[in-house]
Design a binder for this molecule. Structure first.
Ligand SMILES: *[C@@H]1O[C@H](CO)[C@@H](O)[C@H](O)[C@H]1NC(C)=O
Ligand SMILES: *[C@@H]1O[C@H](CO)[C@@H](O)[C@H](O)[C@H]1NC(C)=O
Ligand SMILES: *[C@@H]1O[C@H](CO)[C@@H](O)[C@H](O)[C@H]1NC(C)=O
Ligand SMILES: *[C@@H]1O[C@H](CO)[C@@H](O)[C@H](O)[C@H]1NC(C)=O
Ligand SMILES: *[C@@H]1O[C@H](CO)[C@@H](O)[C@H](O)[C@H]1NC(C)=O
Length: 826
């Protein structure tokens, strides 16, 4: 019956197709006209050419392959800049600008390539705003396929084609692939600067009106613990076409879409002080962040002024420290001033300090720098006394660690930030009679700090937040074409629109077929497609609590792992929403998810295929495998920590894994770890405003016996520390080469975790790790690294409050990384 119906309905469809055909050819000829017109825009111009700002819809130059355009970009209300941008980006983002700080008027301004060989930007009243300082006869200006705007000699003249000036030598805030950052160039955005320091290290610095402070690489560690070197003086960094940004100081970062061919990228220092790599999403024309330098936006220095604290609630904001008020209600950079008399004045010491001052605690908060002293392993009382007795001490930072703690008395309070992940508090010194809560100033733990909830906030966002809106771009494109093609073409365009709008049903029918492109790489698959890709689910790769994984090959030859999820609760929409969140998670130590399928009861995930199986097979495998060497073990430990730290702290949505175990750590051919199976337990949105912002209640226990934190058994909200616990167990297993839960006493009884912790404490105290380390390594291991791993592991299995964050763990392990290669800092 169904067959008959479809047969009957076929001719009708057929007819509709025929009716569409003439329109189709019409559109094709229109498109070819449009394409032709943009291809014919000049990519090189001789002397005497100019473009006035009134024609800003028309590019001045377009690169031969059309990738880049240059011309006038709107930089605000009636304000324009002369810039180069990626032609395909919907919101034209300048990759180079002649006049970043001096926009020209929207009337009467002009860019001219003069007869004397100079490229000159003139403002409305004819004054020169910018010029290229080139001169000579027969010069030409060209926009190359690389995005480099070049002024050169006539190629046919003697010694021709010489470059006299190029925009690549004058970067503003962005590098494009192949453009080099050198010792002579910097990237600057507002007060933030990316530059090569005197010691050859590529750094980020806040250079404000009041203070200057380096914040990347993390200044609390040295050059080498950050994986850099100061021994290579070539001072050059470049982003390549594959998505690798390589600097001569050993910094190597990769965009998360590494190696995807044809991706258009840029590396930009944004107005929020972070450096990011962006990739152009061809389907939307928007930019996707594929790497960022800063783990947390508040780690950027100078976000808020003196005595102010940077917080997420949930976007980045500044707040005054308790007992302080804003200096200028409209400018956070001016900071906050105390509402009490000076506590750092030594000349009025009529009474002993403890009768004059007290301390106000601000939890999970620190102010970077300006330490007037420093002492590790002291008690809280000792630290407090130290600050009381130092008259220059305005506050002290105390970070508890294994009973004692690190103590940092502070002279000034700059670069303040609050983060639930920061294990330490700041204690502000205030006069003993001062009541901070009495003056609309309070430190309510549940709401962060609030001294002036209505006060202005610095809003964090994409770079576009800081720029003026360019919502009219689409229209200016249209008008540009109209200008080129004339009125006749406008009719063509109208026809084109009519054609497109009459085909509105196409997208929805495609959606029914399951083809919903999400963003760039991530897509929705049909069940049929995945069935075909896996050869009807033939080759099983593994199975776990959440489902069975099969090997599959997509039509482009890409090998993938397809997971059939078992018992997924929730409807299609819910699943869809979770998938779009998971699809955005992107880190080299996390298994990349390419897409999913949700069709009725079929729920499948499509993952990147990781060649070398999971860690458990290498650590505990009974097969005849070569023992996993130490170097790889350490790399796996570090990479896993970084992947989890990314899940907990860095990605846009805050994710707790809930099932960290060797089975969920996959290894690449090079034995780099990739954490799998994240995001399935539950996705929690980070919500700094709520009291339990960093914890959640789950209706049932999750995880695997032997790796589950003890709090699962208690009826308490679960937070990211459950993963830290599980990671601690895994870390120990990497050292020992066997399952922790299989450890037995001489009498054959299973060891309690408390006994294991006790044993680890003895190892840490004695410093002798040899008995603990996997015997199969036959002594081939790095004792310093092993001891550090045991130490970290021990801290991870402590009571929840004393466990470090994954960020701390990653840092602690990074500090011991690669020390063989850098004997210099031993
Ligand atoms: C031209 O305009 C600029 C600002 O756009 C102004 O600073 C300058 O003084 C003006 N020059 C003349 C000659 O009017
Ligand atoms: C310094 O860095 C450059 C660029 O990355 C590299 O080509 C060169 O080999 C390095 N030199 C040394 C001595 O490491
Ligand atoms: C372009 O910018 C507007 C306004 O800032 C924004 O709403 C829109 O999402 C952007 N479009 C893309 C594709 O990034
Ligand atoms: C310190 O206090 C004394 C006595 O109140 C006052 O005379 C002096 O000006 C103060 N010094 C500073 C630097 O505020
Ligand atoms: C650090 O504290 C210890 C113990 O309280 C003390 O002996 C030592 O002098 C302190 N060091 C510094 C630099 O203050």
């Amino acid at each position: 019956m169904a067959d008959i119906l479809s047969f009957v309905s076929m001719p009708a469809n057929h007819c509709r197709m025929l009716r569409i055909l003439p329109r189709l050819t019409f559109l094709v000829s229109l498109l070819s006209l449009l394409l032709h017109s943009s291809a014919s825009a000049p990519h090189t111009l001789g002397a005497g050419s100019s473009l006035s700002v009134e024609d800003h819809a028309r590019p001045f130059l377009v690169s031969p392959d059309g990738t880049f355009s240059c011309g006038f970009l709107e930089a605000g209300d009636n304000a324009f800049s002369f810039s180069v941008w990626y032609s395909d980006a919907v919101n034209k983002t300048a990759v180079w600008t002649a006049n970043p700080d001096a926009a020209v008027n929207g009337r009467g301004s002009r860019i001219s390539f003069r007869d004397d060989g100079g490229l000159v930007l003139t403002g409305a009243n004819g004054t020169t705003v910018w010029k290229s300082k080139t001169s000579g006869a027969g010069l030409s200006v060209s926009l190359l396929n690389s995005g480099n705007l070049v002024i050169s000699d006539d190629p046919s003249s003697t010694g021709g084609g010489r470059t006299l000036w190029q925009s690549f030598d004058w970067p503003v805030d962005t590098l494009v692939p192949s453009q080099r950052l050198t010792k002579d160039t910097t990237l600057v955005s507002r007060y933030f600067i990316l530059y090569y320091d005197n010691d050859n290290v590529l750094r980020l610095r806040y250079d404000g009106p009041d203070i200057s402070s380096i914040y990347w690489p993390n200044p609390e560690d040295g050059v080498f613990p950050n994986g850099r070197t100061s021994y290579n003086s070539s001072r050059v960094a470049v982003l390549d076409d594959a998505g690798v940004f390589l600097s001569s100081d050993n910094l190597r970062v990769v965009a998360s879409d590494l190696g995807v061919p044809g991706v258009k990228r840029r590396l930009t220092i944004d107005p929020d002080g972070d450096v990011r790599i962006y990739s152009l999403d061809p389907s939307t024309g928007g930019w996707t962040v594929t790497w960022a330098a800063m783990a947390q936006a508040c780690s950027v220095h100078g976000q808020c002024g003196r005595n102010a604290i940077c917080v997420y609630r949930p976007s980045l904001s500044c707040l005054c420290a308790p007992g302080h008020e804003m200096v200028d209600r409209h400018d956070w950079r001016q900071g906050c001033k105390p509402m009490f008399s000076d506590t750092t004045n030594c000349s009025q010491a009529a009474l002993p300090p403890e009768q004059r001052f007290k301390f106000v605690e601000v939890p999970h908060t620190d102010f970077f720098g300006y330490d007037v002293a420093y002492n590790t392993s002291v008690t809280f009382e000792h630290c407090k006394k130290l600050c009381l007795e130092m008259c220059s001490c305005a506050a002290f930072s105390y970070r508890p660690f294994e009973g004692l703690g690190k103590c940092f008395p502070k002279g000034f309070l700059y670069n303040g930030y609050t983060s639930p992940n920061f294990n330490g508090n700041i204690y502000l010194k205030v006069p003993i009679g001062f009541d901070p809560s009495a003056r609309s100033v309070s430190a309510r733990s549940s709401q962060g700090l609030a001294c002036d909830p209505d006060g202005p906030e610095i809003v964090q966002g994409t770079p576009d937040t800081f720029r003026t809106s360019r919502g009219n771009d689409k229209w200016s494109y249209l008008f540009a074409f109209a200008g080129v093609l004339g009125v006749l073409d406008l009719i063509f365009i109208a026809t084109g629109w009519w054609f497109l709008s009459s085909q509105q049903s196409i997208p929805s029918s495609l959606e029914e077929a399951g083809y919903r492109m999400v963003r760039g790489q991530f897509r929705r698959f049909t069940y049929r497609e995945l069935k075909d890709a896996t050869g009807n689910f033939k080759e099983e790769l593994g199975r776990g609590g959440s489902g069975v994984v099969y090997r599959g090959v997509l039509d482009k030859g890409k090998v993938v792992a397809v997971k059939k999820l078992a018992n997924v609760a929730g409807g299609d929409d819910e699943f869809w929403a979770e998938m779009t969140l998971i699809g955005r998670i992107n880190h080299m130590n996390l298994v990349r998810i390419w897409g999913f399928c949700s069709q009725g009861k079929h729920k499948l995930l499509v993952y990147e295929y990781v060649e070398n199986e999971s860690l458990d097979r290498h650590l505990f495998g009974t097969e005849d495998r070569t023992t996993l060497p130490w170097r790889e073990r350490y790399r796996i430990a570090l990479g896993t920590a970084r992947g989890l730290a990314y899940l907990h702290h860095e990605c846009l949505e805050w994710v707790i894994h809930c099932d960290v175990k060797p089975e969920n750590i996959l290894l690449t051919r090079e034995f780099d770890p990739k954490v799998a199976d994240f995001g399935l337990a539950k996705l929690c949105k980070r919500d700094a405003g709520a009291g339990d912002g960093d914890s959640m209640r789950l209706s049932r226990m999750r995880g695997t016996a032997g790796y589950m934190a003890p709090e699962w058994a208690l009826n308490v909200p679960i937070n990211a520390k459950v993963d830290v616990y599980s990671y601690g167990i895994v870390l120990l297993e990497i050292v020992m080469g066997c399952r922790v839960c299989d450890q037995i006493t001489a009498g054959g009884e299973r060891l309690e975790m408390s006994q294991i912790a006790q044993a680890l404490r003895q190892v840490v105290a004695s410093g002798d790790v040899v008995p603990l380390v996997d015997g199969r390594l036959q002594g081939q291991f790095n004792p310093r690294q092993a001891l550090q791993m045991v130490r970290v592991s021990l801290s991870c299995i402590e009571d929840r409050a004393n466990r470090p964050t994954m960020d701390d763990v990653a840092k602690a392990l990074t500090a011991c990384d690669d020390e063989d290669e850098h004997p210099a800092y031993k």
